[in-house]
Structure formats: C-alpha cells, structure tokens
Design a protein around this ligand. Structure first.
Ligand code: F6P
Length: 344
C-alpha cells in the first residue's frame, strides 16, 4: 500500500506548478498518504533536501506563479552515481514513489529511471513550450499564450501608428506552439516556427505585398528555435548554458535586420523571454494543473508507476512514460496551415 510519496518540479518553471503541488498534496492527504517535497528538482533528491508538505504548507498557492519547491535542470544521468543515489533517497525517506512534474528533459530522465532502474516514478507534464508527447496540453502553455497574445495586441497598435514591422520573439525551442497560438490569436502577418523552415526572402516579399495593398505595418511572430531553409540565411550558433544546452534567444534581431534590408521598412524587435514563464496562471491552467495533480495522486496511490498524466478529451488519463517521451509534440501541419490563411 502506498503511504508516502515524494514530489519534485524539474526543468524550467512555469505558471501552474504550485497549483499542481497543492492538488497532489490535497488528494494524497484524503487517501492518508503523506507527501514530501524535494527542493530544486533532481538536485534535492541527490542532496537530500526535502521537507514534508501539508495542507497548511500548501495553502494559498493556487494562483501563484513559480514553484514553491524551486527547480533546476540537474539531470541525474549526468551526476556521479545519479540513478543509484535516487534509489537510495527513496529508501532513506521510505517513499513508495516519486511524482515528477517536468518537461521534456525531466520526463526523459524519469522514463529511464523507471524503465532501466525500475524506480517508482510518475510524471506530470509541464512546460510553456507544450511539446511533451501524448498529452493535448502541458501545464503553463496557456498562460504563456495569454502573455504572448497580449504582447501581440500591444505591438499592433504601436506598429499601426508608426507604419513599422514589429517582430515579436517568443519561446519555443523545438516546437512553435506559443508562436502559432499567440500569432493566430493576435492576427500576426507571419509566424516563423521550428517545424516549418522559413525563407526570409519570401517573408520580405510577403510584407512588401501587404504594403502594396495599403497595409503599411506588419506583425511577425518568431519562435526562438525557428530555422531558415537551408542555404537561405546563416544564423550564429548560440552559446551553451551551464547545463550544456544551446542558450536560445535573439533570432528576432536577425529577422528584423534582414526584413529591413529586403524591404526598406523600419522594423523593431521585442524579445518576450522569461516574462512568458512568470506570473499567475490563467484560470484554465489552474484547472488543468489541479486536474493533473489530483489524478497524479490517484494514479500514484494505485501504484501506476512508469506512467504520465495526459490531458485528453477534457480529462486526465495515465499513459506510459515511454509513449510520452518517444517523440516531441510539434505543431501539426494542418494547424499551421490555418494560421497561414491569415498571412497577408
Ligand atoms: O522551459 C522551456 C523553455 O522555456 C524554453 O522555451 C526556453 O528555450 C528555455 O526554457 C529557457 O531556459 P532557461 O530558463 O534555463 O534559460
């Protein structure tokens, strides 16, 4: 019988993590299961940084951004004896299992730990990038879309006043979900995403065509991970961050410069950056995180280790972590085609 579970949040933070933690604790408590929160993702498990969570210590969290547990991009497979130390921590704290709230990297490590080491781990998908497989939504995505859409709306009025091209760069490392949704919701004139390599000459021609029809301003939304068609534009290789991952951000400047060169239209750049990751979750993200958290606690109490909570048909179901981590979920071509209908 399950009586003690651990919780951690790993990878980049996002709005809705606190709501999910609160929900897990509340539902577990109803089943007489105690919950223990590890600080700063896998680091807390490796270093034994843990605290008991209670209804009272998780009160007032629902609307708060960030994560009360802290987070990090520490990967147990890059740490000395990482998987073994995780097993030891579960034993030391007498935990029946671990609920891991994470994105692509954290869930991939969870899958390996569950599959290769047989550790009792259950995943909950979160990332503003919305690129985890097997689930229609990840916690945090919809809030990021709201923030990015508001930015598009604000840029619209100033673009129109000055007859300028406004380039908005949003997050989206491997998938252009935020760019596509915010671009569609805000009526962008071009959207550049990693899934569809862009031709900067075609973008320039397209903006000139708009101007020819009397539309003297344009909005271009670009995902940080957008890529040019081979041989059309050279991008500088990004520097690496402290975890060896490419530190993205800045393609918006290149796009604006190249558009100015090709069209002669004045262009300005806004890089939204971590503003998208901060702040209070939208009502829908609070509901999603609450649904995911309650179901994660229930699946854990049922011993459904090796699975991840997936949002499908307005409900949450357990799917194998193997399925969730097999492929990144990218923007489908037919959705992007809908967005393209409005370019011009
Ligand atoms: O969590 C995903 C993400 O928001 C990506 O879209 C972005 O590239 C990355 O995190 C930035 O990470 P960091 O905050 O570690 O620089």
């Amino acid at each position: 019988m399950v009586s003690r579970i651990g919780i951690l949040t790993g990878g980049g933070d996002c709005p809705g993590l606190n709501a999910a933690i609160r929900a897990i604790v509340r539902r577990a408590d109803l089943g007489n299961v105690s919950t223990y929160g590890f600080r700063a993702g896998w680091r807390g498990v490796l270093q034994g940084s843990v605290e008991q969570l209670t209804i009272s210590s998780t009160r007032g969290l629902l609307h708060r951004g960030g994560t009360m547990l802290g987070t990090s991009r520490v990967d147990p497979y890059r740490e000395e004896r990482g998987p073994e130390r995780i097993r030891e921590a579960l034993e030391v704290y007498r935990l029946d299992g671990l609920v891991v709230i994470g994105g692509e990297g954290t869930l991939a490590a969870s899958h390996r730990l569950a599959e290769d080491e047989g550790l009792p781990i259950l995943g909950v998908p979160k990332t503003i990038d919305n690129d985890v497989g097997g689930t229609d939504l990840t916690i945090g995505f919809l809030t990021a879309v709201r923030t990015a859409t508001e930015a598009v709306d604000r840029l619209h009025s100033t673009a129109e006043s000055h007859d300028r091209v406004m380039v908005l760069e949003v997050m989206g490392r491997h998938a252009g979900w935020i760019a596509t949704y915010a671009g569609m919701a805000g009526g962008a004139d071009a959207i550049l995403v990693p899934e569809v390599p862009f031709d900067i000459d075609a973008v320039g021609r397209h903006l000139k065509h708009r101007a020819g029809m009397g539309r003297d301003f344009s909005i271009v939304v670009v995902a940080e991970g957008a890529l040019p068609k081979e041989g059309t534009l050279e991008l500088e290789a990004p520097p690496l961050d402290e975890f060896g991952r490419p530190k993205l951000g800045g393609i918006g400047h290149t796009i604006a410069h190249e558009i100015e060169q090709r069209t002669g239209f004045p262009a300005r750049v806004t890089i939204l950056g971590h503003v998208q990751r901060g702040g209070s979750p939208t009502p829908m993200d609070r509901v999603l995180a609450t649904q995911m958290g309650v179901k994660a606690a229930e699946f854990a109490m049922d011993g459904a280790w090796g699975t991840m909570t997936a949002y499908r048909d307005n409900g949450v179901v357990p799917i194998p972590l193997a399925e969730a981590t097999a492929h990144l979920k990218t923007v489908p071509a037919d959705l992007f085609a809908v967005a393209e209908t409005f370019f011009g």
